[in-house]
Each structure stands twice: as C-alpha cells, then as structure tokens.
Design a protein around this ligand. Structure first.
Ligand code: COI
Length: 358
C-alpha cells in the first residue's frame, strides 16, 4: 500500500463548461501523480502534486532510446453519481508485461491502481458527465538516467495525467474509413508489438499520414513477414463479423492485448455468438466482402470504445461495409460496454471499479 502525499494546487484552472466540445487528450486537470524509481531503493516518494512542466536533463535516456511505456484507461461519473473505472487491473497487468519487454522495473499491480485512484479522486470534479465523455487517464513511465550509452536506465519516473475527453474520432460513433497499409509494417513476432510503448506508435505515423492524406482516419496493419494477415489498427484492435461469426486476430505477440478487445470477446460469447480468435488474411476479408458475407467491421479500444468501420481501402479497391452504417452487433456492443461502464446495465462480469463516492 502506497503512502501517497497529496499537495493541492493553490491556483486551480477553469474547468470546461458543461456541453463544451472537449476533443480528445487536449485539456489537462489540476493535478498529476508522480513516483520515482531508483535502483536499490525501488519505487519511492509517491505523490499527487499540481500539474506542472517537468524539468529534466536533455541527456535523459528516454529522449534517446525510447525506454518508456504508457497505458490508457478512463474514469466515468456513473448514473448513481459515483466515480468508476473499467477493469484497471487489466491495465496494471499489461503495464508489467510491457515493462518486462522494455527492461523497466515492474510496478506492484495494486500500487498502479492505487496511484490512479488517488489522483482521480483529487480531480474528480474534472470528470465530464455529458454523453460520450469521460476522464481519459494516461499513466506512463520514462527512463531518467542521464547517459548516452545503450542500456536499461537505473532511474525512472512513473506519472499519471488526466484529460477530460470526448470521442477519440471526430466522427464519434459514426463509421470510420480505414487504410490497409501495404508498404510499412508495425511489428513482428519477437518485437514489441504487444507492448504499450511509444515506439509502436512512432513507427505507425508514416502510414497514418498517408492514410490521412487520402481521407482515411486510421491504418490497418498487416503482419510484418508475409504482409497477409491482419494485425490491428493504430489505436484499436479489429473485429469482423463474417457470415454471422465474430472473427478477430489472435494475440500472436505482435498486437496489443486490448482491454476492450477482451471485454468484447467475453460479451459476444455470453450472448451465444461464435467468436474466433485466429489468423485472418486480407484475402479472406476481401473474399467475404465480394460474397456479401462481410457483415460488420469494428475497432475496439479504450480511447475509441467501439468504432464501426464503414470503408476499408485495400490497394486500388474500397470495400464499403454495411452501406457505411453502424451494424447491429457493433451498436449492441457499444451500448452494452458503455452501459456497464456508466452503471446503466448490470455488471455481470465485475468489470466496474469504484474509485470514490461523488
Ligand atoms: C487507448 O485506447 O487508450 C490508447 O492508448 C490508444 C491511444 C494511442 C490513443
């Protein structure tokens, strides 16, 4: 159990007006959580402090070799007025999977959750309550040794910042267009594709720029070896409904094990739907589209929640899915996931985590 010191700001910022458009990840609250790691001492000095700019050496290792990790989760005002998060234990577990891959010291899972709970509680009045909004939580760790040799750092900072946010995509729950990338790849097995680390996102940018230039919102990545099997979208996992069945790429080591992905698989199975986690090729998707069997495509992610895909661009072809409209299953999943998050629906799986009473 962490002994967290809390220092409150004496100059609180103006909060966004109710109903004001928030965008995603643009506004930050009054406080942040910080904890340091020193080799030999472990994680120490957990504290909630006013949100501030960092003053660190330009020689810090994170700036040179990218030894860093991050997570993403959300807090909501439930229909009972209390504050909840969704499955923070999953983010805590994934943090340590990422840390092991990047030689970052592990964080006890309960400390990760306690740290977030502490800062969210201090800034609970920042949590927006308009439909489709939430408090996006960004925990992250950076390597802070001042050293230009390539090795794991001996010192780190774990921080948590908070951003009242609306939908990740400007289009909200309306279908997005996705560009299937055939030049660049995101990850290979044995690499760090499963880890939540900035490098995976940095290497996705060149593809994303191409996609944006062509009017598409995101990139769908194919496997890095055969460029044939579907992996994930930049900020989401991907699901297909083909001939009544739900199909999603298996966790092969090169895709992110999404919390929303896992929740959607569990929900669909609980509804008696057939769910297959397996390799799925772009040719199979194109064939299913040609035969009228590609019924729905949707992405899942913490930031994006459920994002229907209306168009898939593959080389010179554009597959239009479900007339570019949200499908029945995508809508049902969206309503159920957000319904559980907000406490409108029964939480059969025990996914909601009480942060604090309002
Ligand atoms: C999330 O869904 O929380 C993510 O981390 C995706 C992100 C890159 C916005």
């Amino acid at each position: 159990m962490l002994d967290i010191k809390i220092t409150r700001t004496t100059t609180p910022k103006a909060k966004p007006e109710k109903g004001a458009p928030l965008g995603f990840g643009k506004i930050f609250t009054d406080h942040m959580f910080v904890m340091d790691y020193t080799e030999g001492l472990g994680w120490h000095d957990p504290r909630v402090v006013p949100f501030h700019n960092l003053s660190i050496s330009p020689a810090c290792m994170v700036f040179h070799y990218g030894q860093e990790m991050f997570e993403g989760l959300k807090a909501y005002v439930g229909v009972d007025g209390k504050i909840y998060m969704f499955r923070p234990d999953m983010n805590a577990k994934r943090t340590n999977k990422t840390n092991r891959r990047l030689c970052i010291p592990e964080l006890p899972e309960e400390d990760f959750v306690q740290a977030i709970q502490a800062v969210v509680t201090v800034d609970k009045d920042w949590i927006p309550a308009d439909p489709g909004t939430s408090l996006y939580i960004r925990p992250f760790i950076i390597a802070t040794d001042e050293y230009l040799g390539v090795k794991p750092s001996d010192t780190y900072k774990f921080m948590v910042i908070l951003s009242p946010s609306g939908a990740y995509y400007a289009s909200g729950i309306n279908p997005v267009g996705i560009w299937i990338e055939d030049e660049y790849v995101r990850a290979v097995k044995g690499g760090m594709g499963f880890a939540k680390t900035g490098g995976n996102y940095a290497c996705s940018l060149a593809g994303q720029v191409k996609a944006h230039d062509d009017g598409y919102s995101q990139v769908l990545w194919l496997d890095g070896v055969e460029r044939k099997y579907i992996e994930e979208v930049g900020a989401m996992n991907i699901f297909f409904k083909i001939d009544g069945k739900i199909v999603t790429p298996e966790l092969s080591g090169s895709i992110l094990p999404g919390v929303t992905r896992d929740s959607v698989i569990n929900l669909c199975k609980s509804w008696g739907m057939e769910v297959e986690e397996r390799r799925i090729s772009i040719d199979e998707v194109a064939e299913a589209h040609k035969n009228g069997k590609l019924e729905e495509v949707f992405g899942t992610g913490t930031a994006a929640v459920i994002s229907p895909v209306g168009k898939l661009r593959w080389k010179d072809d554009v597959m239009v899915i479900n007339n570019d409209k949200i499908g029945e299953v995508s809508q049902k999943i969206y309503d159920t996931v957000t319904g559980i998050q907000l406490g409108k629906l029964e939480d059969k799986f025990g996914w909601r985590f009480l942060v604090c009473e309002k």
